[in-house]
Ligand binder design. Structure first.
Ligand code: F0G
Length: 441
C-alpha cells in the first residue's frame, strides 16, 4: 500500500501486524525507520495493530509474568531473524493492593480503592515497562547507543537496561533537580551522566537534537515503542481484577506518556472484546507544573508551556509535556478528569499512604492519592466508584524528601532507662492500636 509516497510496512507477529502512524495526520512510517514525531506535521506517533487478527486467548490465557506475558500485543515479530530475546530484568507484575484503611480515611467505601504499586518494579519505577520494550527495540534496530533526558526515573531505568544490553547510555539531567536515589542508579549502572544547566524541558530539547546528530536512539516517552511497554499496566490491572475494570484510574502526569499508554491498554482490551468499557482516566499534576490540567479545564486541545515549573515532586516538574496531546485525548475520550494538587497536599498523602497502608512512594506518586482526596472532597468523584490509584515510584528514590518531612530520630544513651524515659515522655509507648491509626489516618 502506498501512502504519501511511502510503502506501508507491516511486521507480522504470528497472527498480528503493526505499523507506525501519526496521530494527527495519519501518515504511516516503516516500522524500521527511526523516527519519533511525524516529519510532515510534527504529530506524535502511535503503534497500530490489526486487532481482527488476534485471538483473545493469547492475552487472557497467556502464561508467564510481567510485561512479556502480553507479547501478543507488543510490536515484535516472533520467530523471525529480526526477533531477539527481550532485554528484561523481570519488570512488571506489580501488586494491586486493596486499601480499605486509606479508603475509609478519604470517605470511600470498603473494597472500592486499590493501589497499583509500580514502585515495586526492579528499578523502583514504572519506567522499566517501557524500557524493556524500548531497549529491546533498540537492539533490533542495531543502534549504537541510547539516550534520554530525565527528571530521574527514566535515566535510572534506561541505565539499567542499557547495562543489561551492553550498549552505551547517555543521560541529561537538570542540574540539582533530580532526587538522590535516581542519580545514584544512573551513575552506578554506568550511564554517562550530564548535569544540564537548565530544567527538564531544556534537557529534552537538547537530547532530541543530540540523538538526531549523533545517531543515538532516544528513549524518552516521545518514543512510541516505550509506551507500548507501559500499556501493560492496564492489562495487569484488568487481569488482577479478574478481567473486570475499575471505574476510574488516577495517576500523576509529568511528560504525559504514562496516562496515554495506560488508556491505550484499556482501549485495546475493549477493542478485543475482553472488557466492556474503559476507566475514566484521571491525571494529576502539581500546582506549580500543571499545563495539562489548565488545558483540560480551559477546554483547549493544546497546552501552554510553563517556562518555570516548580514542585517538590521533582519527577513531574515538567512545563512542556511532550505527550500532552495524547494525554488530553485519553482524559477526554474516557470521560476522565485532570486536577492539580499543592505540594502540601502531596506531602500529606505521601505520609498517609505510608502509614495507613504501608506503601512507600516518592512524592510524585502521592499526587495520585492527593488528587483522589481533592476530587472526592469536591464532589467530582462519586462514592461507590471502584478506583485504582497508580503509584509510580518507590519511596527510596527520594530519601532526602522522606527525611525532611518526618520526625528526626532522637539520640539516646545506650541503656534501657534512657530509652524508656524518652518513650514515656513522648507518650508513644502506651498508645493503643486505635489511637495510633487515628493519628496517622
Ligand atoms: N511518576 C514518576 C515517579 C515519574 O518518574 C514520572 C515521570 C511520572 C510520574 C510522570 O509520568 O511523564 O509519563 O507523565 N518521570 C520522567 C522521568 C519524566 O524522566 O523520569 P509521565
Amino acid at each position: 500500500m502506498e501512502i504519501y509516497g511511502l510503502r506501508t510496512h507491516y511486521v507480522t507477529i504470528t497472527t498480528m501486524e503493526y505499523r507506525v502512524e501519526c496521530i494527527k495526520c495519519g501518515r504511516r512510517f516503516p516500522a524500521h525507520k527511526i523516527i519519533y514525531t511525524c516529519d510532515k506535521c510534527n504529530g506524535l506517533l502511535d503503534i497500530k495493530y490489526d486487532y481482527s487478527s488476534i485471538d483473545n486467548e493469547r492475552i487472557v490465557k497467556a502464561k508467564g509474568r510481567g510485561v512479556w506475558k502480553y507479547k501478543a500485543l507488543l510490536p515484535f515479530k516472533e520467530g523471525s531473524s529480526s526477533s531477539l530475546s527481550p532485554i528484561t530484568i523481570n519488570e512488571g507484575d506489580t501488586p494491586l493492593y486493596r486499601c480499605d484503611r486509606l479508603a475509609q480515611s478519604i470517605g470511600l467505601g470498603i473494597g472500592d480503592l486499590w493501589v497499583k504499586h509500580e514502585g515495586l518494579n526492579p528499578s523502583g519505577s514504572f519506567k522499566d515497562r517501557g524500557m524493556t520494550v524500548g531497549v529491546t527495540k533498540a537492539m533490533e534496530l542495531h543502534v549504537k547507543g541510547v539516550a534520554c533526558a530525565s527528571t530521574g526515573n527514566t535515566s535510572a531505568s534506561l541505565a539499567i537496561f542499557a547495562a543489561k544490553a551492553g550498549i552505551p547510555c547517555y543521560v541529561l539531567l537538570p542540574k540539582g533537580k533530580v532526587a538522590l536515589g535516581k542519580v545514584a542508579q544512573a551513575m552506578m549502572h554506568g550511564a554517562k551522566v550530564l548535569s544540564l544547566l537548565g530544567n527538564f524541558d531544556d534537557a529534552l530539547r537538547v537530547v532530541r537534537e543530540l540523538c538526531e546528530e549523533e545517531n543515538l536512539y532516544l528513549l524518552n516517552s516521545v518514543n512510541p515503542y516505550r509506551l507500548e511497554g507501559q500499556k501493560t499496566i492496564a492489562f495487569e490491572i484488568a487481569e488482577q481484577l479478574n478481567w473486570d475494570i475499575p471505574d476510574r484510574v488516577i495517576l500523576p502526569v509529568g511528560n504525559a506518556g504514562n496516562i496515554s499508554a495506560i488508556y491505550k491498554g484499556f482501549l485495546e482490551l475493549e477493542k478485543l472484546g475482553i472488557t466492556s468499557s474503559v476507566p475514566m482516566m484521571t491525571g494529576i499534576q502539581a500546582e506549580g507544573a500543571q499545563p495539562v490540567v489548565r488545558a483540560f479545564k480551559d477546554a483547549r486541545t493544546e497546552i501552554i508551556p510553563e517556562p518555570e515549573p516548580e514542585t517538590i515532586a521533582s519527577a513531574i516538574r515538567i512545563g512542556n509535556p511532550v505527550n500532552a496531546a495524547k494525554a488530553l485525548l485519553a482524559i477526554r475520550n474516557s470521560g476522565g478528569l485532570a486536577e492539580s494538587v499543592s505540594d502540601a497536599e502531596i506531602t500529606e498523602s505521601q505520609l498517609l499512604l505510608a502509614r495507613a497502608e504501608g506503601i512507600g512512594v516518592e512524592p510524585a506518586s502521592a499526587a495520585s492519592i492527593a488528587g483522589l482526596r481533592k476530587l472526592y472532597d469536591a464532589g467530582e468523584i462519586d462514592r461507590g466508584e471502584k478506583i485504582v490509584c497508580i503509584t509510580t515510584g518507590h519511596l527510596l528514590k527520594d530519601p532526602e524528601r522522606a527525611i525532611a518531612i518526618c520526625e528526626a530520630p532522637q539520640e539516646v544513651m545506650a541503656d534501657l532507662e534512657s530509652v524508656r524515659h524518652i518513650l514515656h515522655a513522648t507518650a508513644t509507648l502506651n498508645k493503643n492500636r486505635e489511637e495510633h491509626i487515628h493519628i496517622y489516618a
